[in-house]
Design a protein around this ligand. Structure first.
Ligand SMILES: [Zn+2]
Length: 91
């Protein structure tokens, strides 16, 4: 009889790391490809990189613009589909 050995899982409650997104790899907002040679930390420090997949060039300014646009779109989308903008129960 073989007992099942449960592999140790990575700790779920990892000690708080400072801004995990900053230590990760930079990701192209267009095609969501990680660049293996570029970290978010480097980007935030002023570096730029060219996506190896779609060829887009990115730097902190462009990323901020895209992030702001995404936020704007999601806010608009949320507002347009939100039923609370219409009075309910009143035909
Ligand atoms: Zn890309």
């Amino acid at each position: 009889m073989v007992s099942t050995v449960v592999a140790p899982r990575p700790s779920l409650n990892t000690p708080s790391t400072p801004a995990p997104e900053l230590v990760g790899l930079a990701v192209c907002p267009s095609c969501h490809t990680q660049d293996r040679s570029m970290t978010n930390l480097a980007v935030s420090a002023g570096a730029d990189w060219q996506c190896s997949r779609c060829g887009s060039r990115w730097d902190a300014v462009r990323l901020a613009a895209v992030a702001a646009y995404d936020l704007w779109v999601s806010e608009r989308t949320a507002a347009s589909v939100h039923p609370a903008t219409h009075a309910r129960g009143d035909v």
